[in-house]
Design a binder for this molecule. Structure first.
Ligand code: HEC
Ligand code: HEC
Ligand code: HEC
Ligand code: HEC
Ligand code: HEC
Ligand code: HEC
Ligand code: HEC
Ligand code: HEC
Length: 257
């Protein structure tokens, strides 16, 4: 080291700085040269493009031959299938969601026929259990749900149905029902407080039941002046005034402590 230092032309300059600074300087130089070399020789050119889209992606999209029609076009020749699909659970899925781009087929049916996704993998894209999906969206654990068989052996892809729509509220609202069954409200039916539209059970998220809106609702039974036999009453004017009753009492397990 000493020998080398004597030989270098910048010797005087170097002597001005403490050794640590010089070591740091060397480390940083190696680091920066390294980055420059990696950028120049290791990283492929397509990753260094600074535009919004990579050229390769644009080329791939442009070379895509298929083109889409609208479902109305498919219906002209396949109205039997549309008839089934129209009222089923898949009514909002376009034909080409599953069958792929079909414009070429629609113009000349004899020439090409669109593929049909008959395997389990495809249905799982939407129906495999995933906590990020909205509450109530029909999901199955694909590993456990009738494994080894194609989904379409049991479910018609154009009009899938679970074989039976549950009749009881508890089938879907198990936790609330269990909670209520050991609460002072055990004898109340769900529909005492919720008006439930006919098709809530088949399309739960589209058709929602009502929930009580004001204090007077609970007052029907609990207003002291109403004097309903066997039900504890409160003075509606002063008891928890300003607030909705269920801001203090969970309606499915009301407590008074
Ligand atoms: C001009 C009439 C026509 C239009 C429009 C049309 N098809 Fe077809 N499609 C046919 C005919 C004819 C067949 C062959 C029928 C057969 O083999 O039973 C067929 C067959 C199919 C098949 C079955 C392929 C197979 O291998 O069994 C699918 C899937 C299909 N069409 C989907 C579509 C979709 C999706 C659209 C809309 C993008 C569409 N069709 C538009 C006439 C049409
Ligand atoms: C959820 C995905 C899905 C949607 C949406 C869908 N299909 Fe299909 N389709 C399939 C599957 C899977 C098959 C294969 C069924 C089989 O092999 O038993 C199929 C089969 C077909 C066939 C073959 C003949 C038959 O009856 O099995 C035609 C024709 C067809 N679909 C047309 C359509 C049209 C038209 C639409 C839109 C109105 C549509 N499909 C929407 C999944 C779908
Ligand atoms: C692009 C997404 C998508 C794909 C792919 C798809 N589905 Fe669906 N599926 C839906 C939607 C959306 C509903 C309606 C959900 C609702 O009403 O809340 C539905 C409903 C269902 C239902 C009714 C279940 C219930 O309890 O309400 C069944 C069964 C079903 N699909 C089976 C299948 C099968 C089998 C396939 C493969 C051929 C398939 N799905 C492919 C989106 C999809
Ligand atoms: C052997 C027949 C069979 C096969 C194969 C099958 N299912 Fe099902 N599926 C059923 C039955 C029966 C039900 C209703 C009872 C239940 O929930 O288990 C059902 C229910 C469903 C539901 C509604 C679940 C809910 O909670 O609302 C969906 C979604 C579904 N299946 C999708 C699929 C998908 C996706 C596949 C393929 C990966 C598939 N099924 C394969 C018979 C089958
Ligand atoms: C097939 C399953 C199912 C059945 C049966 C069912 N529900 Fe629901 N219900 C749901 C789902 C799923 C939601 C959640 C919707 C959401 O979170 O977007 C819901 C939401 C609700 C809500 C909340 C509405 C809101 O504004 O958030 C009430 C109240 C309710 N259900 C009451 C009932 C009652 C009472 C019954 C029996 C008469 C019943 N449900 C039967 C599935 C069901
Ligand atoms: C004493 C009246 C009352 C009864 C009985 C009742 N509920 Fe409720 N429920 C309410 C009120 C009030 C709300 C609104 C709570 C809120 O907004 O915080 C509610 C909210 C709900 C909700 C949406 C919020 C949540 O907690 O998930 C569901 C689902 C629900 N009720 C289902 C049921 C079911 C199922 C039954 C029967 C087992 C039932 N309720 C019985 C008063 C009642
Ligand atoms: C249809 C009549 C009815 C309606 C409506 C009703 N309740 Fe009740 N409530 C009862 C009955 C019955 C009891 C049980 C009385 C008993 O056995 O002590 C009760 C008990 C209670 C209790 C007392 C619990 C305890 O530990 O003593 C509270 C708090 C309560 N309800 C709150 C509510 C709230 C909040 C609402 C509005 C969301 C409501 N109730 C709507 C009938 C009703
Ligand atoms: C600010 C919170 C709060 C609000 C809002 C509230 N309560 Fe209470 N409630 C309590 C507390 C705390 C108790 C227990 C102590 C007491 O009796 O004052 C209680 C007790 C009760 C009891 C039992 C009384 C008894 O004699 O056993 C009933 C019934 C009741 N509330 C109904 C209601 C109703 C109905 C509403 C809406 C009109 C309501 N509460 C609003 C806090 C509240």
């Amino acid at each position: 080291m000493d020998k080398e230092e004597k030989d270098t032309p910048g010797n005087k300059f170097v002597k001005k700085f403490p050794e640590q600074i010089i070591h740091l300087f060397v480390v940083f130089s190696v680091f920066i040269v390294g980055i420059i070399l990696i950028r120049a020789y290791v990283i492929p050119a397509r990753l260094k493009e600074s535009g919004y889209h990579r050229t390769k992606t644009i080329e791939a999209e442009l070379s895509f031959k298929g083109s889409y029609s609208e479902s109305e076009v498919c219906v002209e020749c396949h109205d039997d299938i549309n008839e089934k699909k129209r009222n089923g659970f898949h009514k909002f899925l376009a034909c080409e969601t599953c069958h792929g781009a079909g414009a070429v087929h629609a113009e000349n049916p004899g020439e090409t026929s669109p593929p049909a996704p008959t395997g389990r993998v495809y249905c799982a894209l939407c129906h495999a259990y995933d906590p990020a999906r909205p509450t109530g969206f029909p999901q199955v654990a694909t590993m456990a749900h009738n494994p080894m068989k194609a989904c379409i052996t049991c479910h018609d892809p154009h009009a899938p149905k679970p074989p039976e729509v549950p009749k009881e509220c508890s089938a879907c609202h198990g936790e609330i029902s269990r909670t209520m069954s050991i609460s002072p409200h055990v004898h109340l039916e769900c529909v005492t407080c919720h008006t439930v539209p006919q098709n809530h059970k088949t399309t739960p998220r589209a058709k929602k039941p009502t929930t009580p809106e004001n204090r007077e609702f609970c007052g029907k039974c609990h207003d002291r002046d109403a004097r309903v036999k066997g039900i504890p009453g409160v003075d509606m004017k002063t008891h928890g005034e300003k607030y909705l009753c269920w801001q203090c009492h969970y309606p499915h397990m009301p407590e008074a402590r």
